[in-house]
Design a protein around this ligand. Structure first.
Ligand code: NI
Length: 265
């Protein structure tokens, strides 16, 4: 597997769920910008078959190195991020849902769908292109959603990138996140305003914003229903006191960004 090729295929799978991302990319390119991806965010369940350790292995095999770890207590998530030497490739941010912290019914549904495939299935080097590999009814989706929007999203859409992220540091014209946000709003895109449009600050060396999730019609085992799909993210990083550009993530900001795919948004 070649990295660029995998990223290209992941981008294609992503924009199928979020046509607004390719529209935004095209609009910025028409403004003379070229797009650099800051990070790709992936989601999984923390069962043995699908844990972060399993999901991250193909990236480690391709030269990525484990960096930071993050706890999202309220959302019952744990995450790690991975960097490519020299940061010449997008960072990979992988979060996992702490399944055991939910009701027994919730746990049973997640275990049932995950275990409908053999463990080797989840070690596929291109797992993030498979989409949803299991059966799920809309009724089950709603029951999961009552406890976790994240869990419902993952159960319904499966393994695919949750979001790509434009690196504002690499833009020439829209060098401030506020400028980029204003440009996007002017073009008719809606931004996630949960916790303010800009999450984070220069003080924590990272500012992020995102669109509200697009929507997609999903064929459940009983009926087809339109649900929130993916969002597009924008990040600006600042130089730390050490003189180096900050490459980590800020749990408090990401906590709010996760809400971009919530049902109420
Ligand atoms: Ni992100």
């Amino acid at each position: 597997m070649e990295l660029e090729n995998y990223f290209e295929k992941m981008w294609k799978s992503y924009i199928e769920l979020i046509p607004q991302a390719s529209k935004i990319k095209n609009l910025l390119e028409a403004e003379g910008e070229s797009i650099t991806n800051d990070h790709i965010a992936l989601r999984t369940f923390n069962l043995d078959e699908t844990s972060i350790d399993v999901i991250s292995q193909p990236f480690l095999d391709l030269g990525y190195i484990e960096k930071g770890e993050y706890h999202f207590k309220e959302k019952k998530l744990y995450a790690k991020h991975y960097e490519y030497p020299g940061n010449t490739r997008p960072k990979i941010f992988i979060s996992e849902l702490l399944v055991k912290e939910f009701s027994l019914d919730f746990q049973n549904t997640i275990r049932k769908i995950v275990k409908s495939k053999p463990a080797e299935f989840y070690r596929d080097k291109e797992l993030m292109l498979v989409g949803r590999p299991w059966e799920l009814s809309h009724k089950e989706y709603l029951a999961l959603q009552a406890e976790s929007d994240y869990g419902a999203w993952l159960a319904a859409l499966g393994f695919r990138p949750n979001h790509f992220t434009i690196s504002v540091n690499h833009l020439k014209k829209y060098t401030e996140l506020t400028d980029l946000n204003n440009f996007l709003k002017l073009k008719g895109f809606e931004l996630n305003s949960s916790g303010g449009e800009i999450k984070g600050s220069q003080a924590v060396c990272l500012e992020q914003s995102s669109t509200l999730a697009d929507s997609v019609k999903v064929k459940f085992s009983d009926i087809s229903v339109t649900i929130p799909s993916c969002y597009f993210e924008f990040a600006k990083r600042y130089v730390q006191s050490s003189g180096e550009l900050y490459t980590g993530f800020v749990a408090q900001s990401a906590d709010k960004i996760f809400e971009s795919t919530d049902k109420g948004q």
